[in-house]
Design a protein around this ligand. Structure first.
Ligand code: IPM
Ligand code: SF4
Length: 447
């Protein structure tokens, strides 16, 4: 029987296979950020050394201030303490670490792939759900919990069950003005945030094959919002060009006769620029459409979820999205903080002035340097936007940057749960081009 790419990578990394189906997998890359301090505490409590400092890489991202690159620039002593602990743990265990002022600093899911650390065929884990991003490079990549992080620190291995295999085939060519972010939102709107639960998703089809690498990273990043723990795309010539290598990774693809527990087909040509209207990534519609009414809900469960979402978002239902005034815009995050994302926004903003505040945080310090080399920052600043340093920033607000309660924010990040960008903040997830167009209009619109 044929195997899927994920099944092959599981087999390749299996050290021990237990009778109950659990496998002990060897981990090729373990990335960590400030949030992994619990795991380092567990390691210390048990008096264990770090098994493979050479395969463990730290990135300061969640608590990174975007207005300064020095620890002293962090006014909040609790936040400063978390960043200090992160750096101290890396130092104590001799890992590579990207601190605030280091050239390689950035959001782990942006900075690690761009330096070629994540490669096809590898197993990659991080104590962070969006580790699925790295699957865009043909790696078996998934987020793990704190006690699992401790296990990896101590053994460089992890026990895992093989997930069910799901294939999402995206046919045709991406529609006019639509991006990988819109593809992801359209998929999640269709299958729901539980659509990929218990599954690893392989993205395939002509529309996926045509996506540049940064767009693939965006797509796999959002696999977790569809409920899956992993997203993966078979490596090809685009992967090789991105990594600047000539390999072709023979065998790193699903066999023709592989068996899929679930298959979904999406016509990419029909996908339009999307936005979320509610408090779940599945509550998304085309920007040209209207907010749904509770009475449109397909079932009673959805009707009550929608009612709660509309209430939190300050909406009645029925409003055209383009009539919704916004208070601010965030461009950044591990979903859409890469150079191509900044270019897409700059193309919309060039020579124009924004109507509402816009904060731009590049996904990594390298993205920042590359954008400045192209003078994108001048376009942003002349448009009136704030050009900041790299970090998770307004995606999650753990660095202290938040959206004030009641404000509506068009954001290129990946989550819109209540309070995600700050207590009472109202998030509308969009692509970089739509975020820029919305900043100009002061309303939610497509470019
Ligand atoms: C803080 C971290 C563990 C969390 C995650 O797992 O994804 C964060 O990155 C997020 O996006 O919510
Ligand atoms: S940018 Fe957002 S989604 Fe990505 S790792 Fe940071 S907090 Fe999580």
């Amino acid at each position: 029987m044929g195997r899927t790419l994920i099944e092959k990578l599981f087999d390749d990394h299996t050290v021990v296979a237990r009778e109950d189906g659990l496998r002990l997998l060897h981990i090729d890359r373990h990335y960590f950020h400030e949030g992994s301090f619990h795991a380092f505490n567990q390691l210390r409590a048990r008096g264990l050394p770090l098994r493979r400092p050479d395969l463990t890489f730290g990135y300061g991202d969640h608590y990174a201030p975007t207005d300064s690159r020095s620890l002293d620039g962090i006014a909040d002593s609790e936040i400063r303490g978390i960043v200090e602990t992160f750096e101290a743990n890396a130092r104590a265990h001799g890992t590579t670490v990207q601190r605030l002022a280091d050239r390689g600093q950035g959001i782990v899911h942006v900075a690690a792939p761009e330096t070629g650390l994540t490669r096809p065929g590898m197993s990659v884990v991080c104590g962070d759900s969006h580790t699925s991003t790295h699957g865009a490079l043909g790696a078996l990549a998934f987020g793990i919990g704190a006690s699992e992080v401790a296990h990896v620190l101590a053994t460089q291995c992890i026990w895992q069950a093989l997930p069910a295999q799901m294939r999402v085939v995206m046919t045709g060519r991406l529609g006019q003005g639509a991006t990988a972010k819109d593809l992801a939102l359209a998929l999640i709107a269709r299958i729901g945030t539980g659509g990929g639960l218990g599954h690893a998703i392989e993205f395939a089809g002509a529309a996926v094959a045509a996506l540049p690498m940064e767009a693939r990273l965006t797509l796999c990043n959002m696999a977790i919002e569809a409920g899956a723990r992993s997203g993966i795309i078979a490596p090809d010539a685009i992967t090789a060009a991105y990594l600047k290598v000539s390999e072709r990774w023979a065998g790193l693809h699903s066999d023709e006769d592989a068996v899929w527990a679930r298959e979904v087909t999406l016509d990419a040509g029909a996908v339009r620029p999307m936005a979320t209207w509610g408090t779940s990534p599945e509550e998304a519609v085309p920007l040209a459409a209207s907010v749904p009414r509770v009475t449109d809900a397909p079932d009673a469960a959805r009707a009550s979820a929608w009612a709660r979402s509309l209430d939190y978002m300050g909406l009645l239902g029925g409003e055209p999205l383009s009539s919704l005034g916004i208070d601010r815009v965030f461009l950044g995050s591990c979903t859409n903080g890469r150079l191509s994302d900044l270019r897409a926004a700059a193309a919309v903003l060039r020579g124009r002035r924004i109507a509402v505040p816009m904060l731009i945080s590049p996904g990594s310090s390298e993205v920042k340097r590359a954008a400045e080399a192209e003078e994108l920052h001048h376009i942003f600043q002349e448009a009136g936007a704030e050009w900041r340093e790299s970090g998770c920033s307004l995606c999650v607000g753990t660095n202290g940057e938040t959206v004030p309660a009641g404000e509506r924010c068009a954001s290129t990040s990946n989550r819109n749960f209540p309070g995600r960008q700050g207590r009472g903040a109202r998030t509308h997830l969009v692509s970089p081009a739509s975020a820029a167009a919305s900043a100009l209009a002061g309303r939610l619109v497509a470019a």
